[in-house]
Design a protein around this ligand. Structure first.
Ligand SMILES: [Zn+2]
Length: 95
């Protein structure tokens, strides 16, 4: 297994744990504002981690490369893996 695969497995596992823990917290916390604060923190962490999972590059109607998460125009520079400059999504350039 390559180092990249190990990292990806860790990301997948961490996402599952965060999603489960969020559910447990939702059931345990009774205070509404506390529940909301915890929920938002979990959502931020889940969203940030989810962007570490590569998503395939998309094309817009003019055939420009656009980010699969936010639709922002992205350009391939030197490296094979780049993050969207607008939302931080890891881009998979293999179509
Ligand atoms: Zn983006």
């Amino acid at each position: 297994m390559s180092g990249k695969q190990v990292i990806m497995n860790n990301v997948v596992q961490s996402l599952e744990i965060l999603i489960q823990t969020k559910k447990v917290n939702d059931n345990m916390i009774t205070d509404a504002s506390e529940k909301q604060a915890f929920g938002e923190a979990f959502n931020d962490a889940i969203e940030a981690l989810d962007k570490q999972m590569p998503k395939k590059i998309q094309s817009d109607s003019c055939c420009k490369n656009v980010c699969p998460s936010c639709g922002g125009a992205v350009h391939k520079v030197l490296v094979t893996e780049v993050y969207c400059q607008y939302c931080g999504q890891l881009i998979d350039w293999n179509r």
